[in-house]
Design a protein around this ligand. Structure first.
Ligand SMILES: Cc1cc2nc3c(=O)[nH]c(=O)nc-3n(C[C@H](O)[C@H](O)[C@H](O)COP(=O)(O)OP(=O)(O)OC[C@H]3O[C@@H](n4cnc5c(N)ncnc54)[C@H](O)[C@@H]3O)c2cc1C
Length: 379
């Protein structure tokens, strides 16, 4: 089925980005999985090529492109390549709005040139050992002392956590009868911030995920993002975009799983014929194909809504849980069609299946997404 989301310019951009990944990422995935992280050189190459923070003004190193379809192209190509990377999504879809919309002029000049060049790797640290789905339980504290805000506590599961040069940290500062939270940017080298090694994970092993600790970590008040005490509303504003990015990735990931299954079932025979000639298998392929097409139409429509400033929190949450549940189902069906080979590491479907699992958990667990949609329907 033809798609109507993209123009010729988006497709040209896609071809260039695909080539970039084929040369600079795909050959190194196993090395990155062993290291548990990406080399800085990769970030720099991505920045030089214009693939990081391209929404920023050209004078800050960006391209001035504010069209989420370019972000979506990047997510689709990352998913199609199988590199299991969260870095582009983190930089472009999650962190960029914080650095563009909630910063003042001085902060933008200080942080954005490095961010767009790929010299500055970023992270956003909200989750804590006792506060994941329930972010209102965040306990890491931020105490004002003169010209500083002093952080104490710990964060976990932080993407890029072990190498990030700038970490946007959600801390409790206690305004509004203790409820107030603030976003503070902690720069690499600030005394009192330490990190764990990359955590060992079931999937996405080449993507750095780490713990970060704060022990009387004094950060200048000039590094506060937006209005102190109002972080929750800033975070909420950005979550729709983060969740849509996950949904876009999920649909392409499912689509690629289907392609792998189509190739394998055409090539492998049982009982004297290719597997895809058994009716039960062709029905499974038909279900996978149709599910991907339907999901794609819906997620494409959500991308248009976002670009037009109309994507609601409920629609983004719905797209996230629907697309990632579907991704899990389709990749599981694809793996099944590979039989025992599908369970072997050397088969691509095996890695794709385990790399996809986290999509139903991060960005807000799918159960929480259903809460958001349900609340919207019943309020
Ligand atoms: C690879 C990876 C990368 C991540 N990157 C980041 C990052 O960069 N920054 C960051 O801040 N965080 C990050 N996270 C954290 C992620 O957002 C959380 O793991 C997620 O929000 C779930 O929180 P939790 O793990 O504490 O699970 P919990 O909150 O303990 O929930 C566990 C499970 O319980 C169920 N559940 C919980 N509450 C409810 C409810 N109200 N109703 C029904 N079911 C419920 C859900 O099934 C949920 O998955 C990352 C996580 C992973 C695994």
């Amino acid at each position: 089925m033809r798609r109507h989301l993209y123009s010729a310019e988006h497709e040209t951009f896609r071809a260039a980005f695909r080539e970039f990944l084929e040369h600079e990422a795909v050959p190194y995935v196993e090395d990155w999985e062993s290291a548990g992280t990406l080399p800085r050189e990769f970030w720099r190459k991505a920045g030089q090529a214009g693939y990081l923070g391209f929404e920023a003004d050209p004078e800050l190193g960006g391209l001035g492109i504010t069209d989420f379809r370019y972000n979506a192209v990047i997510q689709e190509e990352v998913a199609a390549s199988g590199i299991a990377n969260d870095g582009f999504s983190l930089h472009n879809d999650i962190v960029t709005p914080y650095l563009l919309e909630f910063t003042n002029e001085e902060q933008r000049r200080r942080w954005l040139p490095g961010f767009t060049a790929g010299d500055t790797v970023t992270a956003i640290a909200m989750t804590e050992p006792q506060a994941g789905s329930d972010l209102a339980a965040v306990a890491t504290s931020g105490r004002r002392e003169g010209g500083a805000i002093v952080l104490n506590g710990s964060k976990t599961f932080i993407t890029n956590g072990s190498i990030a040069d700038l970490v946007i940290v959600l801390v409790r500062t206690g305004e509004d009868d203790g409820r107030g939270m603030t976003l503070v940017v902690v720069e690499e080298g600030t005394p009192g911030m330490t990190r764990g090694k990359p955590l060992k994970k079931a999937g996405r092993r080449g993507q750095d995920t780490a713990e970060i600790f704060f022990d009387d970590c004094a950060v200048p008040v000039e590094n506060i993002l937006g209005e102190p005490g109002r972080a929750f509303s800033l975070v909420k504003r950005n979550l729709a975009r983060e969740r849509l990015s996950i949904a876009v990735h999920a649909v392409e990931s499912a689509h690629t799983g289907l392609q792998l299954a189509l190739e394998h079932t055409a090539m492998r025979s049982t009982f004297g014929r290719p597997i895809n000639r058994h009716q039960a298998v062709s029905h499974t392929l038909a279900e996978m194909h149709t599910a991907v097409q339907v999901a794609r139409s819906h997620v494409d429509a959500c991308v248009v809504e976002l670009d037009e400033g109309r994507l609601t929190a409920e629609d983004a949450a719905g797209a996230k849980f629907w697309a990632t549940d579907l991704e899990g189902t389709v990749l599981d069906q694809a793996l099944q069609l590979f039989g025992g080979y599908g369970f072997m590491d050397e088969y691509e479907i095996s890695r794709r299946w385990r790399d996809a699992r986290v999509q139903r958990i991060y960005g807000g667990a799918n159960e929480i997404m259903k809460d958001i949609v349900g609340r919207g329907l019943t309020r």
